[in-house]
Design a protein around this ligand. Structure first.
Ligand code: OOB
Length: 531
């Protein structure tokens, strides 16, 4: 495995191979097999209606792969990719697999304060962006900053108007060596809990299993038309089952530039979409929108909801409002995926977050001492399995805390297991805010706040919110005059912090409540703001 990654121990690897979860194939087979078996079927539809068959997408990916090679990118090198839901994302994703170059998938919302450390950590050889977004944000400006700050970034490729940078490179297809299926295919970003980003290596065969098995439990088939409503770079929309799962089943991927009801409903009607995956606030928005919008949503058979807790009350209204079945998905970029099954009774679909995807997923629910709790009691979820990482990339010290000595990943999620194996997510012990599915590492935001001249101390906690699940509250102890929320958010934007990480509320205190051991009590702060 790539240097800086932690491989599975051979004993478990042999088991995963023997039981058929790891097939020794590269992730690229999703496209090559599709092109060979049903090349004339539509694989990809862009928001503007442009479409590509499996054969066309395959040819496009080959030209791009040759282009990456002729641009001097070498197998094993990392490239930070930050693209919206455009067809180039999909073609380029497969091109990277073919060239053996490893994409590091950043979110379109990320800015300088996320992208620079990401390029540094991955020692990125290149950076791929789109020219601008719908709101007029210019990623080429960001690229200029990144290239200045990170010398390893030799080239910038731009989808759209490339200015002084390069367009996506293409060349006549060339034969390329097969990658090792046990090695890294791509990097996903962790939601994070610390001050620095964490990269999740996903191997060809683990991610191939992830996509194929997810597609199977979600009932995907050649008739599936999957709407990519969340960012394609996110594990949910990419491979859980996401666009890769839709392709694994020979279905069609429809790209939505944003998850608004306006955009999504129009695409659902126009492309006869059968499945969409969304975070809870988007599900709420869509359910409300059915009251005043009259697009024909009758093709929609399944709404997958995950990324944050979807409460039972709205969950129980999915069928009556959107006219489709609900599947809850509790997943993580680190690996483990839980799905409610299509043949589960409604009660389980509405009140649980599903059960593990794979029979070889090992799930423990433990107390503070790390001892398993009795069935039905809540505790922290620990897990290992054939598609769950064994260590973050280049993060030895952090790995020592994030994994047990026998390789279980400490999810930081508090769950309760039912006798059926279904899990109910009850909370979290990790220092992170889950703002409607978008993850905010508290320490990272606190470090930015501490850089403000008037801030003496900062503690960030989640506060309950009906739509978002939680929003972000920053508690501050200040020197002199307290800054306003506006001033603080302007300061954070200036530092290049992604908009979704900006605090929604500011509370100034004389001092912070402490725990018995003298640490800032976030529990007390969270209680205070909830009240
Ligand atoms: C998905 O992945 P990430 O990496 O953005 O976030 C993972 C974390 C989990 O550890 C948990 O804290 C939370 O997000 N989460 C949920 C949830 N799904 C994720 N909490 C409660 N209920 C749920 N249904 O969010 C992700 C990756 C693949 C598929 C779906 C979601």
């Amino acid at each position: 495995m790539l240097h800086g990654c932690v491989p599975w121990p051979e004993e478990l690897a042999a088991k995963y191979r023997a039981e058929g979860y790891w097939t020794g194939q590269s992730l690229d087979v999703l496209l090559t097999e599709g092109a060979a078996a049903h090349g004339d079927r539509v694989a990809l539809v862009a928001a503007d209606g442009a479409r590509w068959t499996y054969a066309e997408l395959d040819a496009w990916a080959s030209r791009l792969a040759a282009g990456l090679v002729s641009a001097g990118l070498r197998p094993g090198e990392r490239v930070v990719v930050q693209l919206p839901n455009v067809p180039e994302f999909v073609a380029l994703f497969f091109a990277f697999l073919r060239a053996g170059v490893l994409p590091v998938l950043a979110l379109p919302a990320h800015r300088e304060s996320e992208i620079v450390p990401l390029c540094e950590l991955s020692d990125a050889a290149a950076y791929v962006v789109a020219d601008t977004d719908d709101a007029g944000y210019d990623y080429r400006e960001l690229a200029r900053t990144v290239q200045k700050a990170v010398p390893s970034v030799r080239q910038v490729f731009v989808v759209g108007e490339h200015a002084e940078f390069r367009p996506l490179p293409t060349a006549s297809p060339v034969p390329l060596p097969e990658p090792d299926p046990a090695d890294v295919a791509l990097f996903l970003l962790s939601g994070g809990t610390t001050g620095t980003p964490k990269l999740i290596p996903r191997t060809h065969q683990d991610y191939l299993y992830n996509a194929r098995a997810s597609a199977e439990v979600s009932g995907f088939s050649a008739d599936t038309r999957y709407l990519v409503a969340l960012p394609a770079a996110h594990n949910f929309a990419l491979a859980s089952p996401g666009l890769l799962g839709a392709m694994a089943a020979g279905g069609t991927v429809v790209l939505a530039p944003d998850p608004s009801a306006d955009t999504a409903f129009e695409l659902i009607e126009r492309e006869r979409v059968t499945v969409a995956a969304v975070v809870p606030p988007v599900a709420l928005l869509w359910m409300d929108a059915t009251e005043f919008m009259d697009e024909d949503l009758s093709s929609l058979q399944l709404l997958q909801v995950g990324g944050a807790k979807f409460n039972a009350e709205p969950a129980s209204r999915v069928r009556s409002t959107l006219g489709c079945d609900l599947q809850q998905v509790f997943g993580m970029a680190e690996g483990l995926l839980n799905f409610t099954r299509l043949d589960d009774p409604d009660e389980l679909k509405i009140t649980t977050q599903g059960r593990p995807l794979c029979p070889a997923d090992e799930v423990l629910v433990v107390d503070e001492e790390g001892d398993p709790v009795a069935l039905g009691e809540s505790g922290e979820l620990l897990t290992r399995g054939p598609y769950t990482l064994r260590g973050y990339y280049r993060a030895e010290q952090h790995n020592a805390r994030s994994f047990t000595p026998d390789g279980f990943y400490r999810s930081g999620d508090v769950v309760r297991a039912l006798p059926s194996g279904h899990l109910v997510v009850e909370g979290r012990i990790k220092d992170q805010i889950n703002r409607g599915g978008e993850k905010i590492p508290a320490e990272e935001l606190e470090n930015h706040l501490l850089a403000h001249p008037a801030v003496h101390d900062a503690a960030v906690v989640g506060m309950p919110d009906e739509v978002m699940g939680e929003r972000t509250c920053a508690f501050l102890v200040v020197r002199g005059e307290a800054p306003t929320l506006r001033e603080v958010t302007a300061f954070l934007r200036e530092r290049g912090v992604a908009a979704y990480k900006l605090p929604d509320r500011l509370e100034v205190l004389d001092s912070f409540p402490l725990t018995k051991v003298g640490k800032v009590s976030k529990v007390a702060l969270a209680k205070r703001i909830a009240g």
